[in-house]
Design a protein around this ligand. Structure first.
Ligand code: PLP
Length: 410
């Protein structure tokens, strides 16, 4: 028996080490929890278990923890604490905003784009199907940019009450929207403006006293906080209502006992992000530059999608590549080499299906002969990890080179 356990423990210890050795380059999907976040959450789980709606001191202590985080978030965004509504995630925040705009604010038309995250795209479609809302899409060019004059013309062309929903930083290619300009255009044309800010929150300064956005969203797990914790920014004057009914929590905008532990985790993660923003962003920008240079030097024919490799036009944590060969199994092959990245395309049935974003920015030939890959960084990413990724990609590319040469000689 002891003999068996000796080997079992050795095996599981080895597994743990292997897990830690994994090269994690999928930080746009989610980020590992910061140690300080775990500690803060454990403290809440052990000590602050009171229900924030209870009037006794245990409840009120939990309530104070929540209100402290609300104040911290509001200070970051330069808004009032009453404009921050804690939710379970980015998806819920975006659902709540879009659905309530239609259900409670009389929105009859939504202008959005084919580049949005599914939680926005599907919600907009749902409002079209169930509520008869008119939906208009702004089409991006091959760089993933929108023509803002077209937006202006669209807004002027209809009397219908309109919501514009355009994301700030694209999760697949990293393109950054000029959120301030779009917000101003919407304001001038009496349209409401929602921006999915899930990828950019806590990674850059966002001053909503300067940017007249009406609604925005956040998810803690994108900046080393816990999954299942996020918030919606809801401009005070908007009159938005919640979609979950019940108790009076979150000023009736989001009923249900608050996730105190998750909210405290979000607060700690935000505190760390803001404290270290200059250092982290400088490190990640340098890593991204290094990745672009190294890949360009080592993999012939590689391209970078949309604005992905342009420092001032893309989110510094995301790099979208286009490999010069077609390999739907690339994600799996890299995973077998211990490297976690995202294929940048939804793969639901085993056969890689290109994502809507890729279909928008790539031409037919690129779609046919190349493979998109998303590499996304955090402050924990090292040059050595990038070297390992480049080596792995070179190995994977090798058989395709031989195949190309053979075809050329035929
Ligand atoms: N919006 C964007 C741009 C995202 O990248 C994500 C997550 O991948 C979401 C929304 C959804 O956030 P959550 O995972 O918190 O539901």
């Amino acid at each position: 028996f002891e003999f068996f356990f000796f080997f079992y423990n050795r095996k599981s210890a080895k597994k743990k080490v292997q897990k830690m050795d994994k090269i994690y380059l999928d930080n746009a999907a989610t980020t590992p929890l910061a140690e300080e976040v775990i500690d803060a959450m454990v403290q809440v789980m052990k000590v602050n278990y009171g229900n924030p709606s209870s009037t006794h001191s245990l409840g009120q202590e939990a309530k104070i923890l929540i209100e402290n985080v609300r104040r911290e978030v509001a200070d970051y965004l330069h808004v009032s604490p009453s404009e921050i509504i804690f939710t379970s995630c980015g998806t819920e925040s975006n659902n709540m905003i879009i659905k309530s705009c239609v259900n409670h604010l009389g929105v009859e038309r939504i202008i959005s784009s084919p580049m949005e995250h599914k939680c926005v795209a599907e919600t907009v479609l749902d409002m079209k199907k169930r509520k008869g809302v008119e939906v208009v899409y702004l089409r991006p060019d091959h760089k993933g940019d929108f023509n803002l004059e077209e937006l202006q013309e669209l807004l002027k062309s209809s009397e219908k009450k309109t919501l514009v929903s355009l994301m700030h930083a694209n999760n697949e290619i990293g393109n950054l929207l000029d959120i301030k300009k779009v917000a101003q255009i919407c304001k001038e044309n009496n349209a409401l403006f929602h921006s999915d800010t899930v990828q950019s929150m806590a990674h850059m300064e966002l001053d909503f006293s300067e940017i007249p956005v009406d609604f925005a969203s956040c998810s803690a797990h994108k900046f080393h906080g816990p999954k299942g914790s996020g918030f919606a920014f809801v401009r005070k004057s908007s009159g938005l209502k919640g979609i979950i009914t019940g108790g009076p929590q979150e000023r009736t905008l989001r009923a249900g006992t608050e996730n105190v532990c998750g909210i405290v985790g979000l607060g700690k993660a935000l505190e760390l992000s803001l404290k270290n923003m200059a250092e982290y962003s400088a490190h990640i920008k340098a890593i991204k530059k290094y990745t672009v240079e190294k890949l360009s030097a080592e993999i012939e024919g590689i391209k970078f999608n949309a604005r992905s490799a342009e420092e001032d036009k893309s989110l510094y944590t995301v790099l979208s590549l286009l490999l010069p060969f077609k390999d739907p199994m690339i994600g799996l092959k890299l995973d077998m080499k211990g490297i976690a990245v995202s294929q940048g395309s939804a793969c639901s049935s085993g056969a890689a299906k290109p994502s809507m974003v890729m279909m928008m920015i790539l031409d037919e030939e690129e779609m046919q002969d190349s493979t998109p890959l998303r590499v996304s960084f955090s402050h924990l990413t090292t040059k050595e990890q990038i070297d390992a990724l480049v080596e792995a990609l070179k190995e994977i590319a090798e058989p395709f080179k031989i195949e190309k040469t053979n075809i050329a000689h035929r």
